[in-house]
Design a protein around this ligand. Structure first.
Ligand code: PLZ
Length: 443
């Protein structure tokens, strides 16, 4: 085992350093430009709350590789489980000769996801692939075709999930035509909705739209992120998700929660829909599920999951044994280390710090989120007009000072914080101080 990574922000060179600059040159010459870069620094090692680059710079990680390394990079139980599995076998294809790890992950997900009904699980590789499969399952179960997604939604980059994703640039522009029978309904967006639009009103607004423009008789599934990720960490008003779920049940429509970003202890519950006491018919998980290894899942009501005929679901790598070993170790880590509670502590620390900043600076239009999924929506002073330039100026300044932060939002004006739950309070406070300083410097 290599020495543990020192948990300290440290800049050894200008950002990016010379070795990263050289590697960026090679990237430009070898990798398609469509695959973008948030920060032009190349990672060498990562763990706890730190990512160290090839020039010896140590960054505070407030991104977790987009909400993936929730339990921390190279988390000890994951490293050990993966090492053991790699030595035993790396792949057989679960559809050819099955193995226990896959079944154990399915059992865990059936147990951990909301609701005590009979459940089944199928495993895949990426979030988008799992969302696609959830839609396949809903169509097979209802024998209907239409799918409703929401304003600001993000569900992936495959053809069907591009259709379900709201934002054109950079995700969809020029890549159509998109899958048919996908409709978009209005979301509950408390910061931008009129005061009179509470959760129930927003749910009714969406339901009316769905009934009038799609028709429950045609609708297989409503797919929603319980807390939106790429769309801006939008937490819907209380009553919105439950209103939709109730309507779905009454209308033979499958209610699918896309918890790819919000799942696995990230928000201070194992799954974000638990905050609203909503039990989805199908729940899609990925990202935080396996400590960084590619794995995703669809878990849901047995009668719906089993609607797809034998061999109708699958894929060469879905539920790869190494990823399954990592997932089991990840789940064990969340439970043994009390990481759901840790996410709540992180929420208190971040909301407290960011609300104090907001009190002195009205460009922080909204501070929102749950657990270790917290964001600031930036606006022009004295207005609610989105300010994407400010968001990117702050992000770039934070990067230069040694903090990894990401932006998001339909208008690109949201700074989001997704620290690993393995980060120390000291690092988190230092990271937020850097962000605050970056914000101050733009005044
Ligand atoms: N559903 C809610 O957040 C992935 C996308 C990064 P994949 N979000 C990060 C990018 O720019 O590609 C995501 C998500 C939600 C689905 C997905 C898709 O998951 O594993 O990236 O396919």
């Amino acid at each position: 085992m290599s020495a543990p990574l020192e948990q300290r922000r440290h800049l050894a060179t200008a950002i990016p350093g010379p070795r990263s600059v050289e590697l960026m040159g090679r990237k430009r010459a070898a990798v398609a430009q469509g695959v973008g870069t948030t920060m032009p620094v190349f990672a060498l090692e990562a763990g706890g709350g730190i990512v160290r680059d090839v020039d010896g710079n140590s960054f505070i990680d407030l991104g977790s590789g987009i909400a993936v390394t929730t339990i921390g990079n190279s988390a000890p139980r994951v490293v050990e489980a993966v090492r053991r599995q790699v030595e035993e076998f790396t792949h057989t294809c679960f559809m050819v000769t099955p193995y226990e790890g896959y079944v154990a992950v399915a059992e865990s997900l059936n147990e951990l996801t909301p609701g005590d009904h009979d459940k089944r699980t199928a495993l895949f590789n990426s979030g988008a692939e799992a969302v696609e499969n959830a839609v396949k399952i809903a169509r097979a179960h209802t024998k209907k075709q239409a799918v409703v997604a929401f304003d600001h939604a993000y569900h992936g980059r495959t053809n069907l999930t591009m259709a379900m994703t709201a934002k054109s640039m950079p995700y969809k522009s020029g890549f159509g035509p998109f899958s048919p029978e996908v409709y978009r309904a209005p979301l509950s967006y408390p910061y931008r909705d009129a005061k009179s639009v509470d959760g129930q009103v927003a749910a009714q607004r969406a339901i009316t739209y769905i009934e009038k423009q799609v028709g429950a008789d045609n609708l297989a599934a409503v797919v929603i992120e319980p807390i939106q990720g790429e769309g801006g960490f939008i937490v819907p008003a209380e009553g919105f998700l439950s209103g939709l779920a109730t309507w779905c049940t009454a209308n033979n429509v499958v209610f699918i929660a896309d918890e790819v970003q919000s799942g696995f202890a990230r928000t201070g519950e194992m799954f974000a829909c638990e905050h609203d006491h909503v039990v989805p018919d199908l729940i899609v998980t990925a990202k935080g599920i396996a400590g960084g290894l590619p794995l995703s899942a669809v878990t849901g009501r047995a009668e719906m999951m089993d609607a797809a005929h034998v061999s109708g679901l699958g894929g060469t790598y879905g539920g790869n044994p190494i990823a399954c070993a990592a997932a089991l170790a990840t789940i064990e880590t969340i439970q043994a280390d009390g990481l759901v509670e840790r996410a709540r502590q992180i929420e208190r620390l971040m909301l407290d710090r960011l609300s104090r900043l907001q009190a002195d600076d009205d460009r922080l239009g909204d501070v929102r989120g749950r657990g270790a999924m917290i964001a600031v929506e930036l606006v022009k002073s004295g207005t609610d007009e989105p300010d994407p330039q400010l968001a990117s100026a702050i992000a770039v300044a934070a990067h230069q000072a040694g903090v990894i932060v990401l932006t998001c939002g339909t208008y690109g004006n949201v700074l989001r914080f997704l620290p690993p739950l393995s980060i120390s309070d000291d690092l988190l406070i230092d990271g937020l101080d850097v962000v605050a300083e970056a914000m101050g410097a733009t005044q």
